[in-house]
Design a protein around this ligand. Structure first.
Ligand code: TYM
Length: 331
């Protein structure tokens, strides 16, 4: 049994990328591990959400977690800001994190490009907060998508530096985890290599979306006039569609369209129709559960209360030991 931690930012509805990069693995891991899955609302403040939107977005992630099948009796589900020990650990880690290394993180550079008028220190120290989330429970495995890999490398640097500095073996090294396979990156529908919320509406497929909208989005996905040579290498945007087909459809379906492509006989319309139907089949029960859970406030409250208590027990144990290591001694 290992300790597992992961989280998702509450910035809107969840999409297929969130599921296949993260939640699918949460479901498998909850069966025989000590799992902590939280909603990263502190992290979401880097983009300055409106106060009136924040709670709904937190609830949205919680409801997706439950609809996907996370079991609050197996995994600990909580909201990051209700575990303020995380913020204390973040402060302590920041004393030992260097400006240069934080400035070199790819996600920081990307965000700084995306929001040049709001390059706040929260963006810069995003990896130290993420490290705090993970090591507050002294976790070793972190199920995440490919885009989070560098953050886990930073987490190992911070952990090793801390242990060295205080001459302890207190925090274990955490690793991004996908059952020994490469980390997942689900592509977008607009030809970009990543499905994501910040890439525009046409890029991502959300679980709560109406089948009609899903069909329309997929039918509009970027393609071309088709291959002209046998066994031609697929351009990125076509490879993206095949990658989506690989996660959503049966191996026979993938093989069929691959074959058609290689023979220059592919009809992208047929591929897209098949993909749309398979996506709809997958998201429909999920969407129905989300709708059913949405108004069950009493149940949601119970889940969060139970999760917060368990998370608090684990976090306060870490912090009590940590304070001693640092030299904060009680009078
Ligand atoms: P966030 O909210 O951007 O994404 C949540 C999870 O979904 C994965 N993901 C994807 N995986 C594959 N393909 C995609 N297109 C795709 N889009 C998103 C992400 O990799 C992630 O696993 N920093 C984190 C939240 C966080 C966290 C943590 C995670 C905060 N503290 C501690 C793990 C441990 C984030 O912004 O994820």
């Amino acid at each position: 049994m290992e300790t597992i931690v992961s989280g998702i930012r509450p910035t809107g509805n969840l999409h297929l990328g969130n599921h296949f990069g993260a939640i699918r693995n949460f479901l498998k891991l909850q069966e025989d591990n000590d799992c902590y899955f939280f909603i990263a609302d502190y992290h979401s403040l880097t983009t300055h959400p409106k106060p009136q939107d924040l709670h709904g977005n937190v609830k949205r992630v919680l409801v997706h977690y439950l609809a996907a099948g996370l079991d609050p009796d197996k995994a600990t589900l909580y909201v990051q800001s209700q575990l303020p020990e995380t913020a204390e650990l973040y402060l302590l880690l920041n004393m030992n994190a260097y400006l240069g290394e934080l400035q070199r993180v790819a996600s920081f550079k990307e965000k700084a490009r995306q929001q040049p008028d709001n390059i706040n220190v929260g963006l810069l120290t995003y990896p130290t907060l993420m490290t705090a989330d993970v090591i507050i429970h002294r976790a070793t495995k972190v199920p995440v998508g490919k885009d989070q890999q560098q953050h886990l490398e930073m987490a190992r640097n911070f952990v090793n530096r801390f242990n060295r500095m205080y001459e302890v073996d207190f925090f274990p090294e955490p690793f991004a985890y996908n059952f020994g396979e490469d980390l997942i990156k689900i592509p977008g529908l607009d030809g970009s290599t990543k499905m994501g919320k910040s890439e525009g509406e046409a890029n991502a497929i959300y679980f709560v979306e109406d089948p009609k909208v899903i069909r329309k989005k997929i039918m509009r996905a970027v393609t071309d006039s088709g291959p002209t040579e046998m066994n031609q290498t697929k351009p990125q945007y076509i490879e993206n569609l095949f990658n989506l087909l690989r996660v959503m459809s049966s191996p026979d379906t993938v093989e069929y369209f691959d074959d058609q492509y290689n023979k220059c006989e592919i009809r992208y319309g047929d591929l897209k129709k098949q993909l749309a139907e398979d996506v709809i089949k997958f998201v429909t029960p999920y969407r129905e559960k989300i709708e059913a859970l949405w108004n069950d406030e009493a149940y949601l409250q119970k889940v969060v209360k139970q999760g917060t208590e368990k998370a608090h027990a684990s976090a306060s144990k870490t912090m009590n030991e940590l304070r001693k290591i640092i030299g904060f001694l009680p009078f």
